[in-house]
Ligand binder design. Sequence first.
Ligand code: ACO
Length: 323
Amino acid sequence: NWRSVVEGVGAYLPEKTLTNADMEKLVDTTREWIEQRTGIRERHVAAEGETTSMLATRAAIAALKAAGRTADEIDLVIVATSTPDYTFPATATQVQAALGMTRGAAFDLQAVCSGFVYAVAVADKFLTSGTHERVLVIGAETFSRLLDWSDRTTCVLFGDGAGAMVLARQPGEGTIADRGVLTTHLRSDGRHRQKLFVDGGPSTTGTVGHLRMAGREVFRHAVGMVADVMDDAFTATGLTANDLNWFVPHQANERIIDASAEKMGIAQEKIIKTVSLHGNTSAASIPLALSVGVADGRIKKGDLVMIEAMGGGFTWGSAVIRW
Ligand code: ACO
């Protein structure tokens, strides 16, 4: 019985920030509107020439340091991103090269905001099947490059950043007392494409395109969808909301986070929220929040942590990890 155990997490946010007051100068909005509707106070924006793989590499180095590991102990790199450096090669291969790795494999995974949960699930399959020993799971995004900076309904919501986790294979008893990933649940439904998409791509327009979102529609579906996959996780493990130590949701919008927690009976003090600090960083938001929770001493060895996300596709998913 193999388990995928967390050895360390790390994160990186670009230096430049845009506060809600800065956004008032760019579009017809107010700081009150943004904060009340989303909980966001500021977002980070990558500098010119600073790419997703650069953010990912910084986060990866921090996670390796926290894990006490070196890059040559990694045999798989998965980068969850919707904002790759290039259409190809995969951003993960650029991270692999930047880390000085010449062994193992590296690939990207695209599930928009659910990307990190998807990547944890995929890494867990590689590790528990016994084929791989140690996986670097990264969520990294430069959504600032996809935004229509004249569209106030979307440009205020997103930011750039990266987070990473080192997951390693360790023997387990096969019970919920084991450390490691206890369960993962992934869903998608491509019929929802029009509600959240990018209006460009290599095979359609030959352009990069801009993010388009029917925000109210996304909101309407989000809470029910994440509740479904959280229910799946509770059913699979026999755990309840009371058993969780920490709830670390995708950081898109404070109202979605609070509504999901309330629906599932998760107490406010168990929620790790970082959306105010970086906005919606898509696949990077969960490892960014996990890194904050670990750094400030909230998430400790043995704690039960639930992660969940919902995003474009739609895609959605959950995982329960004993830290
Ligand atoms: N500043 C001021 N007013 C604005 C702004 C803004 N930045 N944006 C929209 N408004 C206006 C609208 O035009 C509208 O005006 P109207 O009533 O005169 O038409 C009014 O505010 C209300 O707009 P709604 O869209 O109904 O506002 P809502 O309360 O739904 O909040 C929001 C909008 C924040 C986008 C919300 O719907 C939301 O969070 N949705 C989910 C989005 C999300 O989390 N997406 C990420 C999914 S993850 C991924 O895969 C990328």
